[in-house]
Design a protein around this ligand. Structure first.
Ligand SMILES: [Fe+2]
Ligand SMILES: [Fe+2]
Length: 311
């Protein structure tokens, strides 16, 4: 079954989906090689520039949600708790990935400084503003994760251990994509709809501009370390992101959807992509961790595994 996000989900069906942290430990990332996405320095730089900022960025989001954990009602309170557990695990595993990137010769310090600079701009901000920024970042990560699940060609042919890390992370980003949004809606319940929409939209534009500029600069820096001058690297990065099939181009439509009055993250109904991502992750685990250990119940997964190998 082909999973296709749609915006046709009726408001009354915006059901609580529940978040369940999955046990995951990345393995052997240091063996992935410097250009672990098909040997392509530019495609690799896209993922590496994101990974570079996850530990600090996700720690910021955890701190933004913590003050609300005991204030929001159930079932949102449980989802906030699960969100914190999920993001803490993402922080840990991308820390491991970033160590592997450093071991492969990259200097990640400039990218680390950039994300610390972004986070520091919120040092004196109030709880609702930090939560609002988190809500916007969560929309960005969710639409990228959805695209990676929908069109796996982005990671096709790349190191399988890296693929497992990104699919696992992507599954949980889709799953908890509404948690910060719902918490922000709870926190701003006393605001008028117009004020909520204006602040939400302004925050999204500001966060997205910063995100785009800093992630692009991060990619340029990583490609500079690979020997590409910025005049060569920048067009390659923009083409990789925004030419046909690029992640940036694919997420433009769901990015704009966030600006609609009355938007809710689950109006983009990509719940099927969680199951699809889990199947892809399981297939990769079978490939990398040994088919000999398969039980009869896992036979169906072998079919998926063959499909991925054949693709
Ligand atoms: Fe995450
Ligand atoms: Fe997240």
């Amino acid at each position: 079954m082909k999973a296709t996000p749609s915006s046709s989900i009726p408001a009354q069906d915006l059901a609580h989906t529940g978040c369940s942290p999955r046990k995951f430990r990345a393995r052997n990332l240091h063996q992935a090689g410097r250009h672990w996405v098909r040997g392509d320095a530019c495609a690799t730089a896209f993922f590496n520039a994101l990974s570079a900022v996850f530990p600090v960025g996700e720690a910021f989001m955890i701190e933004a949600l913590k003050p609300w954990r005991d204030r929001v009602p159930e079932p949102l309170a449980s989802d906030v708790a699960a969100f914190i557990v999920q993001e803490a695990a993402h922080t840990r595993e991308h820390g491991a990935m970033n160590k592997a990137l450093i071991a492969s010769g990259y200097d990640m310090a400039p990218l680390d400084r950039a994300i610390r600079g972004f986070v520091s701009t919120f040092a004196n901000a109030g709880d609702i503003t930090k939560l609002g920024a988190t809500m916007c970042i969560e929309h960005l990560t969710a639409i990228v994760a959805s695209e990676l699940m929908l069109r796996p060609h982005h990671l096709q042919g790349s190191d399988p251990e890296m693929q497992k890390l990104w699919f696992w992370h992507g599954i949980e980003e889709i799953e908890h994509k509404a948690v910060a949004f719902d918490t922000w809606m709870f926190a701003t319940a006393h605001w008028s709809p117009m004020r909520r929409w204006l602040v939400r939209s302004a925050l999204m534009v500001a966060v997205s501009i910063s995100f785009f500029i800093n992630r692009t600069r991060g990619q340029v820096e990583l490609m500079r370390q690979d020997g590409f001058g910025w005049t060569k690297a920048l067009p390659m990065i923009l083409r990789n992101g925004f030419a046909k099939g690029g992640v940036g181009r694919a997420v433009l439509k769901p990015w704009f959807q966030f600006l609609k009055p009355g938007f809710h993250p689950w109006q983009i109904d990509d719940r099927q992509l969680i199951a699809k991502g889990e199947a892809m992750l399981k297939a990769l685990q079978i490939i990398t961790e040994g088919e000999l250990q398969l039980r009869p119940a896992d036979r169906q997964d072998q079919t998926v595994s063959r499909q991925i190998q054949a693709a």
